[in-house]
Design a protein around this ligand. Structure first.
Ligand SMILES: [Zn+2]
Ligand SMILES: [Zn+2]
Length: 341
């Protein structure tokens, strides 16, 4: 079988001649159908993710068919279509035993800390795969994983009946805003400097969509709410934007950091202290968030039309990663189909 390797920054290849993996009794072997490329993968590809070591088989967003099951697997059968929850946790550490397995001591996102789904066949513990109904939109369901990030961010921000501003309207920002609306926020605004992303946000039914080019955040607050938002969710991961959030947020605002910062930044601690800001970290999602996301996806409550902007085949991995890298400012989701045709 073949698998994808990132061998060094900006270098991807497809390597062949590997044996199809075998499974232990509580594991399954999956034949990968499709993977999605997300911002983290682009960071890994560019050599900008501090948790990755090359060479690595990338990707964590995936759909697959069950190829083989171990003796103790009862949740899926051979031939089932499944979606994969790619955040592997130890189950034993403080975070895991307190309901925060997403913050596991041994945090392991497939394709970042360990080899991921970019292979024709992969083996994984049964608890990370969920059976999909026979008839469902595979184009929507490949987006379950990034949507789960939005579900978790909304939960972290305790957005019920709150005015929420989401900064950054890429896939994660858009899904975070949709999750906030689905989970009972009073008013949701999203802003970005890419008109294409703001336009996708409008089509997604997000209540307020603002192109923030040449606008300060204070102007965005004023335009959207006439006052300060209660919760600001940062999906932009930009140094300049974060300083502005801290200096402009209203008293007691909750700030949730969702975007992956690849650099260390200086922060105005006094502004956080004096304004009693609640600055919250946020990493991926728990199993509960993932299941909530999957159910909302299956119920058709999540807008995903037009999210998949480009499709590639396995032998086009270089082209795909270069495309995703070059278009990261405007692109929503690039996917790779492993199945023939
Ligand atoms: Zn992702
Ligand atoms: Zn753990």
């Amino acid at each position: 079988m073949k698998k994808i390797l990132f061998t060094k920054p900006m270098k991807a290849e497809v390597a062949g001649g590997y044996k199809i993996p075998v499974c232990e009794k509580d594991e399954v072997v999956l034949k990968v159908l499709r993977i999605g490329v997300c911002g983290t993968d682009i960071q890994v590809y560019a050599g900008k993710n501090r948790y990755t070591h090359f060479p690595i088989t990338p990707f964590h967003e995936g759909l697959a068919t069950v190829f083989a099951v171990g003796a103790k697997v009862e949740n899926v059968c051979v031939g089932d279509s499944v979606v994969i929850r790619p955040i592997i946790s130890c189950g034993k550490c403080y975070a895991c035993t307190h309901g925060h397995e997403n913050a596991c001591e041994e945090f392991n996102c497939l394709g970042v800390q360990s080899d991921g789904l970019g292979a024709e066949y992969v083996v994984i513990n049964k608890k990370y795969v969920y059976r999909l109904p026979k008839f469902c939109s595979k184009d929507a369901l490949i987006l379950t994983e990034p949507f789960a990030v939005g579900v978790h961010a909304a939960r972290r921000g305790q957005i019920e009946n709150k005015k929420v501003l989401v900064i950054g309207a890429g896939t994660i920002g858009n899904f975070t805003a949709q999750a906030c609306q689905l989970q009972g926020a009073e008013k949701v605004c999203i802003c970005d400097i890419s008109e294409a992303k703001v336009d996708t946000a409008r089509k997604s039914g997000i209540e307020l969509c603002i192109n923030s080019t040449n606008k300060t955040l204070t102007q965005v607050y004023e335009n959207a709410f006439g006052s300060f938002p209660d919760v600001i969710i940062d999906c932009a991961a930009s140094k300049a934007v974060f300083s502005q959030i801290i200096s402009s947020a209203g008293k007691t605002t909750t700030v949730v950091i969702v975007g992956n910062y690849s650099q260390t930044l200086e922060v105005d601690i006094a502004a956080i202290q004096r304004n009693e800001l609640n600055v919250l970290g946020n990493i991926t999602y728990t199993e509960e968030d993932f299941l909530c996301a999957l159910n909302l996806m299956l119920e058709g409550k999540v807008y995903t039309d037009g999210f998949i902007t480009k499709r590639f085949a396995l032998n086009q991995v270089n082209e795909m990663m270069d495309y995703a890298f070059e278009n990261r400012g405007i692109n929503m989701k690039t996917i790779m189909d492993f199945e023939e045709g």
